[in-house]
Design a protein around this ligand. Structure first.
Ligand code: CA
Length: 229
């Protein structure tokens, strides 16, 4: 079981194709956000902060290529992996798709299983813990498959919330996360939790990490949030 479900944005205007994709992604343990148009997709990217985007080329309104170009031009979405889906099989189109900044390209009709494998490949690079990759930071090792955390070889006891908090922090050492971002990623966006809850669980996480010795690796950034290292 993954610590945090990876969030996939599916942008596809063909309802049948969209539903097949969503069904398979959800069965595969992904959280799915859907969009049937380019304009809506651009709004959803900001609201939902997906981990990866599956983007149809031919869309009503703003095309997939144009969306790709715009997302690559913005600092906040520059590094979100994008897989383009298109019926265009000409090599020139494929090259154009990749040159616009897509990380991968699949030609319709494609195998959904293969597409999901490609999604996992992208996430292994950008969100490793969501696809079961072991995370390491200094002497701390987190294994999402077995749900075990060790520090300097000693097994640590962490509650489920502290485990998810730590895996989020360990994916991007040095990155500062706001309380709101942590609430969203660790607790989920459908749950109402006071942002002070984050402080409480960060406190528990620190205690667990330092129980067997070692310096506190969690940094409080005043007015901004928390970071690891
Ligand atoms: Ca289409």
């Amino acid at each position: 079981m993954s610590a945090v479900k990876p969030r996939v944005l599916v942008v596809e205007d063909e309802p049948a194709q969209r539903e097949v994709l969503i069904y398979n992604l959800e069965s595969g343990g992904f959280e799915v956000v859907r969009s049937g148009s380019g304009d809506q997709a651009l709004l959803l990217v900001d609201e939902e902060q997906p981990d990866i985007i599956l983007l149809d080329w031919m869309l009503p309104g703003v095309s997939g290529i144009e969306i790709c170009r715009r997302l690559r031009a913005r600092a906040s979405t520059r590094n979100v992996p994008i897989i383009m889906m298109s019926a265009k099989s000409e090599e020139a189109d494929r090259v154009r798709g990749l040159e616009t900044g897509a990380d991968d390209y699949v030609v319709k009709p494609f195998s959904v299983a293969e597409l999901i494998a490609r999604v996992r490949t992208q996430l292994r690079r950008t969100r490793p813990s969501t696809v079961g990759q072991r995370l390491e930071f200094e002497d701390i090792v987190l294994d999402p498959e077995s749900h075990r955390v060790t520090r300097a070889g000693a097994l640590l006891k962490l509650g489920p919330t502290e485990f998810r908090l730590l895996s989020t922090l360990m994916e991007r050492p040095g990155r500062v996360w706001s309380r709101e971002q942590l609430l969203d990623l660790v607790w989920g966006r459908d749950v109402y939790v006071d942002s002070r809850t984050v402080d409480v669980h960060i406190g528990r996480l620190r205690k667990a990490l330092c129980r067997k010795g070692g310096a506190d690796p969690v940094r409080t950034v005043r007015g901004a949030g928390y970071a690891l290292g």
